[in-house]
Design a protein around this ligand. Structure first.
Ligand SMILES: Nc1ncnc2c1ncn2[C@@H]1O[C@H](COP(=O)(O)OP(=O)(O)OP(=O)(O)O)[C@@H](O)[C@H]1O
Ligand SMILES: [Mg+2]
Length: 263
């Protein structure tokens, strides 16, 4: 099953992608977590050392004006993923610093990195681990979605905070037009601090025709862990955010068992 997290910058995509990946892994599932962001938010949540590496650089080669993958998606994951403490296998596109600090836009270097992006897209779309999970953490906003990084199958999960600009980003996804039939666009309300917050997001997403699959409270333990430099995957399993993510994993597990249908 493939789960892609999208939404406004700062809405909590990386937090939820990391906690969800770890939750599934704890349940004995095989999970590949992929970060399409040039800022290592997901790595931090998973307790990985931040790194500037493009894990998949060079994993696609020029071929007849297009690109060809250097192996099957599963082989490439085996070769390039790094294991996080929770057992999640982690893959990232390189850090912005690595791209910008030395202006390595000489052709060879650029092509090598671009091949990493191509491989990332292909692997995240085509990786099929016979019942395994791929969790993809996108950058904020609509650009990567418009660029096709959301793919055509699985669950596209828009993370929405209880305020208007966050809802507006969700609206932009709906406004993009007809979504691929194999991809379900669903919502997660995050940083919900009150019944009013919950009602606000519920009403807004209902108006957009996006079903809410989880409501994640504003959890002081998340902030505390971040301030203390603790990976969020070490949060107490009883903390409100982790309890909500466990319920989300239950919900996704039901879908993973059911055949995908058009929404
Ligand atoms: N449920 C929550 N309770 C409290 N704080 C939260 C919660 N979810 C996320 N946060 C905090 O909100 C901030 C943004 O979260 P995160 O980095 O996951 O967002 P993002 O959508 O990935 O952002 P970006 O678009 O920059 O990648 C972080 O400081 C995170 O700790
Ligand atoms: Mg992020």
């Amino acid at each position: 099953m493939r789960v892609v997290l999208l939404g406004k910058g700062g809405s909590g995509k990386s937090t939820l992608a990391g906690l969800l990946s770890a939750e599934l892994s704890t349940r004995g599932e095989r999970v590949v977590a992929m970060s399409a962001d040039s800022v290592p938010g997901l790595a931090q949540v998973l307790g990985m050392e931040p790194s500037d590496d493009w894990f998949l650089a060079g994993m696609a080669a020029r071929d007849n004006g297009g690109w060809k993958l250097e192996g099957t998606p599963a082989e490439i994951v085996d070769r390039c993923a790094r294991e996080a403490p929770s057992g999640v296998r982690f893959v990232q596109i390189g850090n912005a610093d690595a791209t910008l600090k030395d202006f390595e836009f000489r052709r060879e270097s650029f092509l090598d990195r671009w091949s990493g992006t191509v491989a990332f897209n292909t692997v995240s779309r085509a990786y099929d681990d016979e019942g395994g999970w791929v969790v993809v953490d996108l950058q904020g906003g609509t650009l990567q979605v418009a660029g096709g990084m959301v793919g055509t199958t699985g669950v596209a999960m828009v993370v929405v905070e209880p305020f208007a600009k966050s809802v507006l980003t969700a609206r932009r996804f709906v406004d993009m037009g007809r979504w691929p039939a194999g991809l379900r666009l669903v919502g997660v309300a995050n940083k919900v601090g009150s019944p009013d917050d919950e009602a606000y997001v519920a009403h807004a997403l209902d108006g957009l025709g996006i079903p809410i699959w989880a409501t994640v409270p504003l959890d002081p333990a998340v902030r505390r862990a971040e301030r203390d430099g603790q990976p969020l995957v070490n949060l107490d399993p009883q903390s409100p955010a982790r309890v909500a993510v466990a319920a989300l994993a239950d919900r996704l597990g039901q879908v993973a068992l059911a055949p995908v249908t058009a929404h």
